[in-house]
Design a protein around this ligand. Structure first.
Ligand code: 5GP
Length: 137
């Protein structure tokens, strides 16, 4: 399977479609998921192309994990969370829908289930959640 540079996250990286950015550095971008399954649900991606964990380089993975670690701790603080669910899917059979490597960060609270996938979030709330995480970074 080869990388398709027309995927949505590649378009976000090129600035062709908007995103709500939480954090970025030279190698990674963290932005809000538009269909959040928990308040503060955000995604970490490498700025260079790869489909998923199967073709990612050690450098891409290292850079993503560094950002995941930073943002997850900030999200814990921002939402007074009890934990973080980290999700990452590979190929369609593995549940992947967007074929640019990404890690889902979901702040979690005891006894609160995640919301079902596929429902657009409220953009004002999503922006406020991004600001809260960014402020905690
Ligand atoms: P996965 O490929 O891991 O199954 O899921 C892709 C994720 O990308 C989903 O959680 C979905 O809500 C999110 N997503 C899909 N399209 C967009 C988009 O245009 N912008 C943003 N920010 N997230 C998106």
């Amino acid at each position: 399977m080869s990388y398709d540079d027309q995927n949505i996250f590649a378009k976000i990286l090129r600035g062709e479609i908007p995103n709500v950015t939480v954090y970025e550095d030279d190698e990674t971008l963290c932005f809000m998921d538009i269909m959040p399954r928990a308040d503060g649900h955000c995604l970490v991606i490498p700025k260079t192309p790869c489909r998923n964990i199967l073709d990612a380089s050690p450098d891409q993975l290292n850079a993503c994990m560094k950002t995941v670690n930073r943002v997850a701790n900030a999200a814990m603080k921002a939402f007074g969370a009890d934990g973080i669910t980290l999700q990452q899917f590979n190929e369609a059979a593995g549940g992947q829908e967007v074929f640019h490597l990404h890690f889902h960060i979901l702040p979690r609270h005891e006894g609160v289930a995640t919301r079902p996938p596929g429902k657009m979030g409220d953009m004002d709330a999503i922006k406020a959640h991004a600001e809260a995480i960014a402020a905690a970074l």
